[in-house]
Design a protein around this ligand. Sequence first.
Ligand code: HEC
Ligand code: HEC
Length: 482
Amino acid sequence: MSTPVPDATRQRFHGATLAAMLVVGGASLAIAALTLSTLVGIFLPGSSVAHAVSMTGAGESAREMTGGVAPLGPLPAVPVPADNPASPAKTELGRLLFFDPRLSGDASTSCASCHIAQHGWSHFDPLAPGYPGHRLWRNNPTVLNAAHFDRLMWDGTIDRLEVQARSAMQAPVEGNGKADIVEMRLRLVPEYVDRFRDVFGTEWPQLEDVWRAIAAFERTIVSDPQRVPFDRFAAGDLRALTPAARRGYALFTGKAGCIACHYGPLASDQQYHALGVPRQPLFDSSPLVQIAVRWQNAQRDAPRALYRDADEDLGRWYQTRDPADIGRFRTPSLRELRYTAPYMHNGVFATLAEVVEFFDRGGGDGPNKSPLLRPLGLNVGEKSDLVAFLESLSMDEPLVMATPSLPPMLPLVILPDPVRGMHARPDRPAHLVLDQSSGTEATDIDTDPDATAGDSTRTAADSDSAPTRIRYNRYTRQVQRQ
Ligand code: HEC
Ligand code: HEC
């Protein structure tokens, strides 16, 4: 299941090397910052057409602008793993499943319950809601553009969307879906049986294919560069950014130093840093959150002694077990922030202005804090320019999607098998038995009303009693006895 995605299909930015370049020597950073501010000084304040063109021109000059790291810019095509090729039918099936709460234990919770399209495919609560009776311990990251990340989750513990979908729906605090039960449910939805057969060629829906279909759908949930002001600007439409956003861009790549970690098309180095983000007050006030934090730590084998009885989120440490990774979290993408508030792994900041204040202070306190953070000395105007720039990385309107109407389950009825003239096995849904054989719009079946289900020796033909006529329409899925 966790076959690694072939490198060739992923468009990496060699984040590790580039980040190392910046992280290793304060000196090289200082030089980069110097180069940046010089360039920014030259190109931006005048913001004449000629200057802006040279700023967004060939990749090389953009790379110079960002001190050697991959520049911000439109996202490339979504990487698709070789073992789960995309097709329109698979994406459509994945869309239905993404919205289908029957994947969860009590059929209450779908992916869309937490990843709400109107809220940037994330959730407006600081900490995500959980399965009924639970609360989660982290802020909901967006599904938008998640397909572009090499590793998923705030701590990078999952490496592909297929695995993520399974864990979301089966984790007790999230979907709490029992594999066998959920699979059986899907098998009693005739439309799903047809769709899974079309897409995956299996007789019955298989749970592993559920995660493949959902992942294929998620790979279509990406920012549209035509609708992102910054992407239009980068493509040459100089009026796409307001003067404030342009000034903010100059600060981002220059004085504020954000580009050291937020670079490339995602505006993320895909690395892990500790910023000393303040503690989420719900960790101290909400019993449900405290249960979630302790449960997550127990699941991940965190030693109780570590960090006040493991009531902290240790971040990247869960993956590496390296004390130097305690408190580090994956640099998030800065795309679509207009719709994905609140912010940070624990949702502690409600607005982008609060985030900028935090960075202006030089971050917070905590173990392993990144040496890249330092007080910035931004004035009020510069702070709002930076926010204007961050907002320009979001689409003009959120990518909304209506909740689809979901195909119904149909009860298991026992009908004869028209092919062999025998009775259908009681453990097989009749609509499926008939479906395989008919191929026509409707099937007429003669049957013996006295026959016992499962009796394969008696057929309609050798029965003495008057046959009942059953008409089955495979499109309306109506069964009528006459
Ligand atoms: C109960 C709320 C909830 C449900 C239901 C839920 N998610 Fe999530 N999702 C989260 C939270 C919280 C995280 C971050 C968890 C972490 O970092 O440990 C997350 C993370 C993700 C990520 C990783 C994003 C990134 O940038 O790394 C993806 C993708 C995702 N979810 C997709 C799904 C899919 C698909 C489903 C349904 C199969 C689903 N989620 C169901 C709350 C939920
Ligand atoms: C040392 C690397 C680093 C630098 C420099 C940096 N960031 Fe970040 N940024 C991160 C990481 C890591 C997180 C997530 C931290 C967490 O949740 O604990 C983050 C979170 C954010 C978020 C929240 C996004 C979300 O979806 O929750 C925003 C907005 C942001 N940064 C903007 C900026 C701006 C603006 C600057 C410059 C003033 C900047 N960052 C500088 C690494 C960095």
